[in-house]
Design a protein around this ligand. Sequence first.
Ligand code: G3P
Length: 218
Amino acid sequence: MKFFIDTANLEQIIEAQNLGILDGVTTNPSLMAKEGIKGNENILAHYQRICEIVDGDVSAEVISTDYNGMIKEGEILAKLHPRIVVKVPMIKEGIRAIKYFSGKNIRTNCTLVFSPGQALLAAKAGAYYVSPFVGRLDDISFDGMELVAHIVNIYKTYDFKTQVLAASIRNPIHIIKALDAGAHVATCPLDAILGLLKHPLTDIGLQKFLEDYSRVTS
Ligand code: G3P
């Protein structure tokens, strides 16, 4: 399973990249707004900076919700860098746009997916990734990871090539369960990735190693 970081924050992307385990980045309009980047030129430059940091796919989302607007925006985004994947929301116009992009060999990430039916349409339109939002389903007492497993099973049964990118990941357990569900990718906040490092027995064991060693070498 590939590890993407779900942020537009350059420091966090660099920290994850320096760990040596980063395979890509996903952003969305809310994450971009959080970085306070203003103006279209600055936004496009920010995506390019992210592409220069990470050695993997970078999802950049269109903001238009009409077909022509999505096409115009998506073609601009795709020209920024070969690593750019155009993120498109799961709406009727978005499916049409994904079909257009797949015909032009522009890779897409169909986002805001919350049902197997939506995932089916994304795959039929030729999306490169589909992003089922695990955390937001869990937040309303639906089983988000069950959706991921269901989509993985549908795609395997019908040999769809679209990759399942588990999104809206909230914690390390979500990452582990995304593995169990067979997701191709999990896109995670940095804290969730760093949370995988933590175990009290590791800390206790290392502390004892150091204490025992210092006793015989001091
Ligand atoms: O970026 C897409 C998705 O990962 C957003 O997650 O935490 O806003 O539900 P979240």
